[in-house]
Design a protein around this ligand. Sequence first.
Ligand SMILES: *Cc1c(COP(=O)(O)O)cnc(C)c1O
Length: 421
Amino acid sequence: MDHFLYRDGQLFAEDVPVAEIAAQVGTPFYLYSRATLTRHFRLFQEALSGMDHVVCYAMKAASNQALLTILAKEGAGMDVVSGGEYARAKAAGVPGERIVFSGVGKTWEEMRAALEGGIRQFNLESEPEMEVLNQVALSMGVVAPVTIRVNPDVDAKTHAKIATGKSENKFGIPISRAREVYAHAASLKGLKIVGIDMHIGSQLTDLEPFRLAYRKVAELTETLRADGHDITRLDLGGGLGIPYVRSNEAPPLPLDWGQVIREEVGHLGCEVEIEPGRLIAGNSGILVSEVIFVKSGEGRDFLIIDAAMNDLIRPAMYEAHHDIVPLKEPAPGTEEQPYDIVGPVCESGDTFAKQRLMPPLEAGDLVAFRSAGAYGAVMASEYNSRPLIPEVLVDGDQFAVIRPRPSFDEMINRDTIPEWV
Ligand SMILES: *Cc1c(COP(=O)(O)O)cnc(C)c1O
């Protein structure tokens, strides 16, 4: 459910007509709904209610400071994967004790900054990382709270580029080696083991892989406890998928996911941490774009729009589907026709959809990509010297630009030309 609905024949974001925002801000732009964002965050809080838990929003999905500040006010923790994300979490007012640090390649500078600023735990992914964190902590005279990310070797049955829990992935340590690695971690004086971490992938639309993975983690908890480790927290990752095709996909709800968590690890008395990203941000955002030309090709019509792969890379990178809807609601019974929907970037990969059925559109018409809130703006680049597009936030009947579009000069002047050129 989201708050982007047709009203009086046009698409609204909460109580504001999207076309009105487009007229003020110019296209293309990302548009977020505050009500949708908070609603999805609260679904996770409810899913784990009664359990000792923290919802650590995986901010790599969408990390505008306004969005982070809204979630921080809701009491969210954050899952960060870089020094920049750690700084964003702190800037949004998230206390260190609610920030978990994930990622396979943390540098010592990043470790140091997090230890200085406060951190709930580091989710360690390898033995070399363990050694470095130990050194950093000892050099600062502190002890770093850690979990170790185990790779439960389950098939998440999702797109290969977003599956992380199979043994061939770069993430975590094989669960079969967990006892050995935990024993080693326990011998390092700069580390304090607090739990176990896992994350098997993204856009999972089936609960079974979660169940299998959590069962393995529950068994491991008992084994590690028997070995004398103090396992008090389980970080169960994120990855719950969203319906990109509204009509025929019904992925499990956070409440169903919460039920699996209760069933598989509820008896262990651990504090549960979850790291949802996509499901919190995905449906909270749309990408609004204008049709530049309709071009008739051989046997097909191209809808050339002013958004491109540099603004939203998911279709090019993951073959992702986004529902694309006109801002003007088509009259009932309007006959649809197939279009290839493409951007202006000089790459054949700059194709959002092939032979997509749409109502007839013409130059100047506005369209919206649904479910563009997660892994949209954060993955944008300035390829083809197209400045990063603005982000806008709606709350009820008000809206504000939460990241302005840079001018060409601002973009150009970030570069410096050495005197000797
Ligand atoms: C990406 C990621 C998440 C969030 O995944 P979603 O599919 O957006 O929920 C959570 N934890 C880790 C470690 C990740 O890398």
